[in-house]
Design a protein around this ligand. Structure first.
Ligand code: HEM
Length: 125
């Protein structure tokens, strides 16, 4: 298997990832009920985010942690939900690619998940 090297390949990963999230009723309600995402608008934002993070392209300007604090204010984002999210994310990568950029993507998702959970815990005090 090859490594992730283009925005098209990132698109394939986030597409597969969201299929898994939306098929898992333990987490899908966040994307369908709490925040009603429009996939055709949401997926390109994710591609921009991960292209910036992994390929060094620009264009992502939003405050990612604040966006997730806002979701948490509507419906608690538990440690279990973060674990489910990370499991599907890693599976979507591992089933399609392997290599250095894959490891960087999984590490960054893990680190951001930790940061978000710390901020959520601080907010809930
Ligand atoms: C419990 C785990 C998580 C859930 C349920 C979740 C849910 C969501 C939802 C519903 C949105 C859409 C927000 C909106 O459009 O208003 C979103 C956006 C996003 N999430 Fe998460 N998320 C989780 C964890 C993470 C983690 C760990 C990352 C790390 C990379 C991440 C990356 C993103 C990105 C890049 C966006 C796009 C933000 C934007 O519109 O600028 N998410 N998430």
């Amino acid at each position: 298997m090859k490594d992730i090297q283009t925005a098209e390949e990132i698109h394939l990963v986030v597409d597969e990832f969201y299929k898994k999230l939306l098929a898992d009723e333990k987490i899908s309600y966040i994307f369908t009920d709490v925040v009603k995402i429009k996939l055709e608008e949401h997926l390109p934002i994710l591609v921009t985010f991960w292209s910036q993070a992994i390929l060094g392209t620009g264009g992502y300007v939003n405050n990612l942690t604040q966006i997730h604090l806002d979701i948490n204010a509507k419906s608690y984002l538990s440690k279990e939900l973060f674990e489910i999210w990370l499991d599907h994310f890693e599976a979507a990568i591992n089933e399609n690619f392997e290599g250095f950029n894959c490891e960087r993507m999984k590490n960054q998702a893990h680190n951001l998940s930790t940061i978000m959970q710390i901020k959520i815990a601080q907010q809930d005090k």
